[in-house]
Design a protein around this ligand. Sequence first.
Ligand code: PRP
Length: 213
Amino acid sequence: MSERLRIALTKGRLQDQSVELFEAMGLDCSPVRNPGRRLIHALPNYPLDAVLAKAPDVITYVEHGVCDLGVVGKDTILEKGGAFYEVLDLGFGRCRFALAVKRGSDFYGTYKTRRVASKYPGVTRAFFEGKGMDVDIIKIEGSVELAPILDLADGIVDIVETGATLKENGLEPIEDVAQVSARLIVNTASMKLYKNEITDFLSRVERELGGHT
Ligand code: PRP
């Protein structure tokens, strides 16, 4: 008997692109497109139930095995870590982490300890540890671009997609920190317990990605 798998999708942009991918694979995603007040969406023509969640919660659900699969950005994986299999780069949601500073400022040209603001303190710490550089990291919850403008920090580590936000705020990227895109993750126990079901799903995803990349 085939088990129904449960997948957690990151709400927002990645949700829309996940749905487009699944529809291209022939999955009827109308329950996800018209969710109403329901929180679990059973796909009518494939044994898959979808839940929508914030990115860090996608990892939590998959780690705990309440969802077998998840779609989440590499940014969240790098920041939060966790025990799960990262099986596929889905190719969408592409952007990068970059170190950015006020245009023209010389971030590396001083011996003072630099202050760096970020929504991603773990990624920021790992980046500067990799350089053997001691920096003070300030955690900011949103609009991190404000930190250098207000002279709270010498630089920021943030997501850059088009670069427009940096440009409009008089900042410039000076170094890439990591590349980011959406990843498909799998619970480690589910991979063994539902091997056939997960293999079927993964091969459908791979076939679809292969046809378009
Ligand atoms: C991200 C990031 C930047 C912006 C960069 O924020 O924090 O502010 O996108 O995009 P750009 O290079 O195309 O201008 P997002 O819109 O994801 O919102 P968030 O602040 O809620 O993370």
